[in-house]
Design a protein around this ligand. Structure first.
Ligand code: VG1
Ligand code: CO
Length: 541
């Protein structure tokens, strides 16, 4: 029985960097999820189509899945492929969309944001290429939410999403699949599992922290069952609706237990963590942290050591705020290097056009054209493959890398939950001053150029403006100011700091110490304390 429910538009259903993200009670509010899902189907069309559905297992994931299935059926979809228990990591969903040549997919996730009845929930739509919907599509969805008058939903019982196999919901087929199997098979095609297995067999020790989020089952199956890592290598491996009350955000602040272990005297050889929906990764060696920008550069420089990339890369891409470490590798390898706005959706066109194989962001995201999302476990497995072939420690690999390419000291300082009006005022002042910045001396650094980053997509020509204020200094240092597009409380100011040191000089300098003058310059240029009342960041990565 299909019911058409009268509704009215709900303000603010505007997707951000990565889908629509709101507090869970907002999402659970009357017609909230339904309106947005109807807007998705109205824009992409559902009749006769096949979609993938899954999420990161956070609170409300299971019930939202049932609503989305009933609405897909009512809107005429032919088939939905759902991960068992309504679970799918973001990269696994991207893979299933591509593998089954579907018409796209809906992923329920607020990524690294905390989950629970009073935390965050999110919904994002991915395109038939497996990648996040581009701005033109998310903008159309938003427009649709402002004019909706009704949505369609089936009256039916819940589908048993715990039972693998074929189910029916009205006329629609629901195929419940193992969320891990196809993804694990894909990883076996890319990496030298035999070499990694031999490394574990010879006593290599690793700690994989899934942060009580979705990669737990993937990590146990791939690392412990298929690669022979000792039982217990994977910790926090059971996805919990509230992620154990923690932030499932793999960075030194939120993955502190892993950091402590990796810096202890009896640390394992390798540590890694992933986020809520499994698309982010953090990598740590014994006693050494790998910044995501450096990780991207090392992966690009060594990818040919893995079977899936032995023919070399077609190109490399990074988000604008990510450090230029990858650019130096691309230059040395004679590869094209692209600089895109923040958010994975900008990499998809480059990958589809065969222009970039490996892409990365400073926010702990790296991936390749095996899917159209960043992929936490993929990055961890590529690191393992490199370690197995080079037979060196993470520290040795990093040091050799810096000695060859020089080092891009890098850090991001986040100022969270600022009043939106104050953040807007800061940016208004900063943008107004841009033209006067070149030539100005600040903290011993001379500004060479300053702009508001705009991007013209080299494939489809679409233009994205206001993607972050960049201040470039004569000595190659750089500051980027940007407002987060994924937060659910006030505004988050992100300040991205970078300084380049050529050659082996200063290899052991701590990044924060190396960046101290750049940090002071950032505070002075943007008047952070004056506008926001904050003198120190909440999170430093
Ligand atoms: C953040 C990161 C960005 C990333 C996005 C989604 O966005 O900075 O690099 O692509 O999260 O990551 P913002 O707008 O808050 O800076 V996730 O793991 O949500 O899919
Ligand atoms: Co994520």
């Amino acid at each position: 029985m299909i019911t058409t429910v009268a509704t009215t538009p709900i303000a603010g259903q505007k997707p951000g960097t990565s889908g629509l993200r709101k507090k869970t009670p907002v999402f659970m509010g009357r017609h909230y999820l339904e309106n947005f899902v109807q807007a998705i189907f109205d824009v992409v069309g559902a009749k006769g189509k096949t979609f993938v559905l899954g999420g990161d297992g956070r609170y409300f994931n299971d019930r939202a899945a049932q609503v989305i299935l009933r609405m897909a059926a009512a809107n005429g979809a032919a088939r939905v492929i759902v991960g068992q228990g309504a679970l799918l990591s973001t990269p696994a969903a991207s893979h299933l969309i591509r593998l089954n040549q579907t018409d796209g997919g809906i992923i329920m996730s607020a990524s690294h944001n905390p989950g629970g009845p009073n935390e965050d929930f999110g919904v994002k739509f991915n395109m038939p290429n497996g990648g996040p919907a581009p701005e033109s599509v998310t903008e159309a969805m938003y427009q649709r939410t402002t004019e909706l008058a009704e949505y369609r939903i089936c009256e039916a019982q819940d589908v048993d999403l715990d039972r693998i196999g074929r189910h029916r919901l009205g006329e629609m087929v629901v195929d419940v699949v193992d969320p891990v199997a196809d993804y694990a098979a894909l990883m076996e095609t890319l990496f030298d599992f035999r070499a990694i297995r031999a490394m574990f067999a010879s006593g290599f020790r690793m700690r994989m922290d899934s942060m009580c989020a979705v990669t737990g089952p993937y990590a146990v199956e791939i690392l412990e069952n298929r690669l022979g890592a000792p039982k217990g290598t994977c910790v926090n491996a059971i996805p919990l609706p509230d992620f154990g009350g923690l932030h499932p955000d793999p960075n030194p602040t939120w993955a502190k237990a892993l950091m402590d272990e990796m810096f202890a005297p009896d640390a394992p050889d390798f540590g890694a963590a992933s986020d809520g929906d499994g698309d982010r990764n953090m990598v740590v060696g014994r006693g050494i942290y790998v910044s995501p920008s450096d990780s991207l550069a090392v992966l690009a420089a060594n990818a040919h050591l893995a079977p899936g990339y032995k023919a070399g890369l077609s190109g490399v891409a990074r988000s604008m705020p990510t450090s230029a470490a990858a650019d130096r590798v691309a230059e040395a390898l004679g590869l094209a290097c692209y600089e895109t706005p923040t958010g994975w959706k900008f990499f998809g066109n480059l990958m589809d056009a065969g222009r970039a194989t490996i892409c990365g962001e400073e926010s702990f995201g790296t991936g390749s054209d095996h899917v159209r999302e960043k992929d936490g476990l993929w990055a961890i497995l590529l690191w393992l493959n490199i370690l197995a072939v080079r037979k060196q420690s993470v520290a040795e690999i990093l040091r050799e890398h810096w000695a060859k390419y020089g080092r891009n000291y890098y850090s991001r300082h986040d100022f969270e939950a600022i009043e939106t009006a104050k953040a807007d005022a800061l940016f208004a002042a900063l943008r107004a001053a841009l033209a006067d910045l070149p030539g100005r001396q600040v903290e011993g650094l001379e500004v060479e150029a300053a702009d508001d980053f705009a991007y013209t997509d080299p494939v489809d020509g679409s233009i994205s403006t206001k993607q972050g204020v960049r201040v470039l200094f004569k000595d190659g240092s750089r500051i980027v100011f940007r407002l987060s597009g994924t937060g659910t409380e006030g505004a988050t100011l992100r300040v991205y700091l970078e300084r380049y040191a050529p050659g082996p000089a200063g290899l052991d300098l701590d990044a924060q110490a190396a960046l101290a003058p750049v940090v002071r310059a950032a505070h002075e240029l943007a008047g952070i304390a004056a506008f926001t009342g904050r003198s120190a960041p909440d999170v430093v990565t």
